[in-house]
Each structure stands twice: as structure tokens, then as C-alpha cells.
Design a protein around this ligand. Sequence first.
Ligand code: FNR
Length: 374
Amino acid sequence: MDLRALAQRRLPSPIFHYLDGAAEDETTAGRNTSSFNEARLIPRCLVDVASVQTATRVLGQDIAWPVICSPTGASRFWHPDGELAVARATASTGTLYGLSMNSTHGLEEVASASAGAKMFQLYIFKDRDATCDLVERCKRSGYQALCLTVDTAVTGKRERDLRTGWGGPINLSLKSIASFASHPRWLLGQARKGLLSMPTVATMAGTTSIVAQTQYIGRELDPSVTWKDVRRIIELWRGPFAIKGIMAVDDARRAVDVGATAIIVSNHGGRQLDGAAAAFEVLPAIASAVGNQTEVILDGGIRRGAHVLKALARGAKACSIGRPYLYGLAAGGEAGVIKALDILKTEFVRAMQLSGCTDVRRIDNSIVDGRSGA
Ligand code: FNR
């Protein structure tokens, strides 16, 4: 939250609220975090926790601890180094970076920015050929995993963006314009980096204008995508594959049927359907329905190391975070992302030790007791 406060100070308000905000009344976003309070840890004592084992493996990749970074579009808004900074920070801290298709550095540039593990996040566009071409580009660039986000049939109603005028089409309020004017450091940082663009989408849309690229994405998001399309992408990719945005047990089972390596239990950080359950609330039922047939990754609301511990206890193999690393990025670029990850990891290790857990691969439901499941 200290990094969030720094981010708020450094960013013009429309940019900060685009990062921080969620859909409508933001109840789902709030619940994503508050639901962790309903699971209470029952610590074990007199266990030798002098050293604990945090390394694990997701989507075919060894990671130093069970937290990965979720795909988040347009990271140059938060810092001029954008996705490159996150790719370097995740590589140096030993975790996996999910790069959004809507990134402000191209997928090839991000691939070569670090040797760390990377997953590319895809939306299936109406133009299926262009979508398939993108999958081929990911293969050529060496992405180890592919992630398909399935909770964006249409875009959520994000009211903070409507108020600031940042929601498409851009129509800034006077207050928003004044906020840009009072953040010269941000403006200078952006100006030094040159024209803002989403290079991956730019190639597909055939335009260098970010406004036109955003309009292209709006036109191409396809509300008619079904499981049949998912199968086609999986067959084309033939590698570790995650489906992001699963919230229902039956959909989790279908994800197993189509051959997903992992499901990311997620409501998009509350940015899509307000009123949806918290990701943590639906986790136990999904984890017990799929068992070991697919990896379960919990995404949304993680703000403390103990949240990660609770998610693992309720059946997740790993967790994924969005805003926490973006607050770090806005606060201090690559060093800020490392700081955010370090805070969370230090808390997680401490929570493991204080609960008597010695190995992430052996954390189970016996350390939680509460109302939200299992
Ligand atoms: C996102 N998220 C997202 N998800 C995705 O699949 N593709 C994307 O391009 C984006 N873009 C995006 C931008 C911003 C600013 C945010 C905050 C989020 C959702 C993201 O991957 C993840 O699901 C949530 O951020 C998880 O919730 P927390 O950790 O932010 O609470």
C-alpha cells in the first residue's frame, strides 16, 4: 500500500485510476482481497522452520516461489520502461512474467529483454488468421507458455475511467487535463521514450496511432468465442497453455477436457463483472473438482504474503498478481517491481515459518479454518 501511495503521487490521476480502479461499484475487486480474511490460519508450532522451501514449478517453468506476474496491458503508462522493466524484474527474482497482448513494448522486444520465463497472454480476435499469426510469433520468439484470457467477451464498465475521461473514447475532463499538467516528470519520461504505441497490436492493426490501435482492439474483441476456438489455439500452440478467467467448476472441468496445462481462477481483478464472486471464494470447489488434472493458479486480490499461503492451503499451486507489481513499477520502475515482489515474498516466507510450513509443495488445508470453503 506504500507503493500504491507512491504510484498515486507519481501518476496523473486518470492514469492512476485506470490502474487502481475496477468495474462499477468495485465490490468484486474489494472482495477479492477481503475474502482472505474469512480464512483463518491455525499455526503449528515446534516445527523446524529454520529454512523453508519455496521453489515450485508452473506451466513447465521452475520458479523461486509460488507467485507469478499477471498480464496487464499498456505498462508504459506507469513507467517509461514498462514491460521491459517487469520482464527484467521477474527474471532477476526468479518468477514468470505474463505479457499482455496489449503491451506497449512489442512481444519480440520483451522476449529478448531478459532470459526469464515468459508467458504470452492472448485474446481471440474476430480476425482468427491474425490471432493464429500471433501464436506463431510467440513460438518464434521463445515464449514458454501461452495464456488465453476468457473473461472479456465485452469490456467491463469502469466508472473511474468514465469520470476522468480516460475510458475509450478518450474525453479528458478539465480536472484530468490539470492533473497531467501537474505531473511534468511523468510527461517528460513519456516524451523521452517517443510515441506511445502497442507494437504487437500495431502490426495486426496496421497503424502506429495508439488511439486507432485501441479502437481496433475494441472492434476485434469477439463476444462469440467458444470452447471450439480454444481447442484450435491449443492445437496450434502445442505447449504449456493456461486459461485465465475461470470462475465456475463446470468451466474448470471443460478446461481440463480441452487440455489446459493450467487454469487461472480469476475475475480480472474485479475489472469485468462487478458482483462476481471473489476468486478466493470459488477456489476450493474448483481445486477439488480438477484435482491434479491441471494446475490451479489463483489470481486477484493478493496483497499480503499470508494471502498466498491461504490460497495454497485452499488448493492453488501458485498465485498471480497484477496491481501490486504495477504499483511498484509506477513507484520506481524495475527496482520498484523488485521491491513489490520482495515485500510479498518476505511476508510469505515469514507466514510459512510462523505457521510451521516447511515446503510449499506440502501446504494443505489443515492450516486454514474459516467460512469460505473446503
Ligand atoms: C489487468 N488485467 C489484464 N488481464 C489480462 O488478461 N490482460 C490484460 O491486458 C490485462 N490488463 C490489465 C491492466 C490493468 C491495469 C490491471 C490492473 C489488470 C487483469 C490482471 O491480469 C489480473 O487478473 C488482475 O490484475 C489480478 O488482480 P490484482 O492482483 O490486481 O488484484
